[in-house]
Write a protein that binds this ligand. Structure first.
Ligand code: ADP
Ligand code: ZN
Length: 778
């Protein structure tokens, strides 16, 4: 779970404008393009500031014929200038005191009419100001006054004496490390890229330059995060019958997109969905159109990117990659590569749904059930749903793929809103892995306290070690112990800012809050009662790793979670070593649950399947089912069949039983009945309002007033909860209250909520956040 950057949510863009000030707009307006349109006299724009109003400006003679919908412009605003996007062109305007546009930024319009229309839809649907939506559509680095390739710091390779490195190692080890890496360079690389790859920083780099040990230059080069890799071209594989049927359906959707429905491709892991995507993209390209592929951030691995780049290796620079680890410069370059038409395929995480591609023929959303598609800060959109709407606006085909479709999408498919395509077989005819349930209640009876590894699971691991096969152990919780308790007075060490216990991390020897990052020393005695009676309770991946290492001292055990993988290189390296068989047992969090493909893994152990089940969230069961199915999909992808051990205290819960039998339809049926009975999605839309403040009383009062007002303005067709303390009552020092609304007519509900909230002034230190179709109910 992660709730991020609270303070940034709903923050207005106060600072943008001052930056621009009197900066010279040198690179602007280089060539004049004539647009085949009437010359408008006025335009309506939205400026890059949270003023929640659209403004009219006149078009000066010098810009006549060059301004279109989607153009970026510089306009006078109050006594300064602001950057803005043109939303509409007008023959006349009734606004008073209209001033002229100051300058045009860039040449061609930055946003297409359909992307602008998408922005309007998002604003209405997600109950969010248009300006906030525009922040997602136009990355920060594009919302600047300059256009074109930006100059950046480049590190040049140079011969470096080993002596110099050794010398430095004592005095400045970080500089030595960086110098060593530079010594190995074969060609100039952007500084940002180098520093990120080896987790170093600018200061260290500058220090080396100051010592005269390396050479730095400012240069304008187009960065390509994958430019130095070679891709071996691959060709279409011969599809099997099921795959052929699926591709045929997509071919028809591509031929007549305005008539086609979104396609849900439900295929077990390894059934060849990605191969279908690749061939479908080829079809789209052949008709002169382009394609967007969304994948969850976590599966945007080098492996995935390579598969796409290799298949389309003949298109130099034709595949753009967008993800959250790009540097500003790289993001800028990829964006322009897309906007200029150089890239014809975009593969990326959530925000790639806004990629400024022209002639989009196909949008693919892989692993469509993944919750990382939902953005947890404003605009709180779901990229899958936005993809479906964009496809409609662009009149293109859209394919949603998953081994465990979300209930929402599957429901849409069974009710005929989407077309359903099913792949039932793994490509290589492998069996689905055998799932064994281990009842931890019985293990506990035997041993008094439940072991981390049950007898059965440890035997299975020993067996794999003997056969030189590999094991994955999965636990969705980081750290060593999940709480530090006093066995005398019962007090737990809680975070001072959040209502959760602090987790003990052994490698740091500190207590840490996983929500706000607060850390504290480990006390020797209980700070409450002074007794020397502290005990560590609960466990995370760190403890699993150490237990497994103790049990199997000869095995090579590695851990893969957010703590051990702070460097990007570490992640690749661990995967490489695992694939090469240098690691016997890989312990990890959801980082290892998805998309990875290792033929020699024949055993997967799920250490505790109940973690997600007990969250106060109506999707808890669905998430558990998906997680078990996905993790299990990691086992037996080679010649030998796989086996999965699921350790649980609730062996008879439906999510575990249905997952065990690989019975998606059965699971879906019973879960839908539950959702319908309780008026939850997909039967009703939900809107969650969170009201928070550092002042508990004011947060509570505001939430109660808001609930009362909403009650007055919403008709009886909508359900409304009382204002209640959120399950996570306190977060980052703020007290939180929830109001949950439900109803079918979501556009109407959104509008009523917006109108009500606009009329309700909140105290300055109280913030309300509206989340439409929420995934985060804590
Ligand atoms: P999914 O995306 O459903 O997990 P993939 O497309 O990754 O499945 O396919 C799994 C493996 O099978 C990959 O190695 C892929 O290259 C291979 N594969 C897919 N389709 C075929 C096919 N028709 N013939 C042979 N191999 C295939
Ligand atoms: Zn905290």
């Amino acid at each position: 779970m992660h709730l991020r950057k609270q303070s940034e949510i709903l923050r207005s863009a106060q600072n943008d404008i001052d930056e621009i000030g009197s900066r010279v707009l040198a690179s602007v307006t280089i060539s004049v393009i004539r647009l085949s349109m009437m010359k408008p006299n006025y335009v309506r724009v939205i400026i890059d500031r949270g003023i929640r109003r659209e403004l009219d400006y006149s078009v000066p003679e010098t810009l006549a014929g060059r301004i279109a919908i989607g153009s970026r412009v510089r306009v006078p605003f109050r006594d300064k200038f602001a950057l803005a996007t043109v939303l509409a062109t007008l023959e006349k305007s009734d606004a008073k005191g209209i001033r002229p546009i100051d300058a045009l930024v860039g040449e061609a319009p930055t946003l297409s009419p359909s992307l602008l229309e998408l922005a309007h839809w998002m604003s209405a649907y997600y109950c969010c100001p248009l300006e906030t939506v525009m922040r997602s559509l136009l990355p920060q680095v594009i919302r600047r006054a300059e256009v074109g390739w930006k100059k950046q710091l480049v590190v040049h390779p140079s011969k470096i004496d080993l002596d110099k490195i050794d010398n430095l190692r004592k005095r400045a080890p970080r500089q030595a490390e960086l110098l060593e890496a530079i010594g190995k360079l074969e060609k100039p690389v952007p500084a940002a890229e180098l520093l990120r790859n080896i987790s170093s920083d600018n200061q260290t780099l500058r220090a080396l330059a100051k010592r005269g040990l390396i050479e730095l230059r400012e240069e304008a080069i187009a960065r390509d995060p994958h430019g130095d890799e070679m891709f071996v071209p691959t060709t279409n594989l011969q599809l099997n019958t099921e795959q052929n049927l699926a591709l045929e359906k997509i071919r028809r959707a591509l031929a007549a997109p305005e008539k086609a429905k979104p396609i849900l491709l439900h295929g077990v892991t390894g059934s060849g969905k990605t191969e279908i995507y690749l061939q479908a993209i080829r079809l789209a390209l052949e008709t002169g159109r382009t394609a967007i592929v969304l994948v969850p951030e976590i599966s945007l691995t080098p492996q995935t990117v390579e598969r796409f780049k290799s298949r389309f290796a003949e298109m130099h620079q034709g595949v753009a990659v967008l993800h959250s680890h790009l540097s500003e410069g790289e993001r800028h370059d990829e964006w322009h590569k897309i906007h200029s038409g150089q890239a014809r395929i975009v593969i990326g995480a959530r925000s790639a749904v806004f990629a400024p591609l022209k002639d989009v023929g196909l949008i693919i959303v892989d692993e469509e059930h993944e919750t990382t598609y939902k953005q947890e800060e404003a605009p709180r959109y779901h990229a899958r749903d936005v993809a479906v709407v964009r496809a409609k606006l662009e009149k293109c085909a859209v394919v949603l793929g998953s081994a465990t479709p979300s209930l929402e999408s599957y429901h849409n498919a069974t009710t005929g809103k989407y077309d359903l395509l099913t792949l039932t077989q793994r490509v290589d005819d492998q069996q689905m892995p055998l799932m064994r349930i281990v009842d931890l209640r019985q293990e506990r009876r035997k041993e008094k306290i439940a072991p981390i590894l049950s007898e059965k699971l440890s035997q299975a691991i020993a067996d794999r070690l003997a056969k030189c096969e590999q094991t994955i152990l999965f636990l969705n919780r980081r750290g060593f112990s999940t709480s530090l308790l006093c066995s005398h007075c019962g007090a737990a060490r809680n975070c001072p800012n959040c209502s959760v216990a602090l987790t003990f991390h052994r490698h740091m020897a500190r207590l840490t809050c996983h929500l706000c990052g607060h850390t504290a020393a480990v006390p020797k005695k209980c700070p409450e009662c002074g007794k020397d009676a502290l005990i560590y309770a609960g466990f995370g991946t760190e403890k699993v790793e150490s237990t497994v290492s103790q049990l199997f001292p000869k095995a090579n055990v590695r851990r893969m979670d957010a703590d051990s993988m702070t460097r990007k290189e570490a992640y690749r390296e661990t995967l490489r070593n695992f694939r090469a068989g240098k690691i016997d047992i890989l312990v990890g969090t959801q980082m290892i649950a998805k998309g990875l493909h290792f033929p020699n893994v024949t055993l997967v152990g799920i250490i505790n399947a109940d973690l997600a089940l007990h969250l106060p969230d109506f999707r808890a069961g669905e998430r558990t089912f998906q997680l078990l199915t996905q993790v299990a999909g990691r086992a037996g992808r080679g010649e030998r069949p796989g086996e999965v051990f699921v350790q649980t205290y609730t062996p008879f819960s439906p999510s575990i039983q249905f997952a065990r039998h690989h019975d998606f339809a059965g699971y879906f049926q019973q879960e839908l009945e539950f959702r319908e009975r309780c008026d939850f999605p997909p039967f009703k839309h939900a809107v969650l309002i969170t009201v928070r403040s550092a002042h508990e009383g004011r947060a509570k009062l505001s939430a109660e007033t808001m609930a009362r007002r909403l009650k007055e303005s919403l008709g009886p067709e909508f359900m409304l909860s009382e204002a209640t303390p959120a399950p996570l009552e306190k977060l980052q020092g703020q007290f939180r209250f929830h109001i949950l609304l439900r109803g079918e007519a979501i556009m109407r509900l959104s509008r009523l909520v917006r109108e009500t909230l606009e009329k309700l002034p909140l105290p300055e230190d109280v913030i309300a956040a509206v989340d439409v179709d929420p995934y985060q109910l804590l």
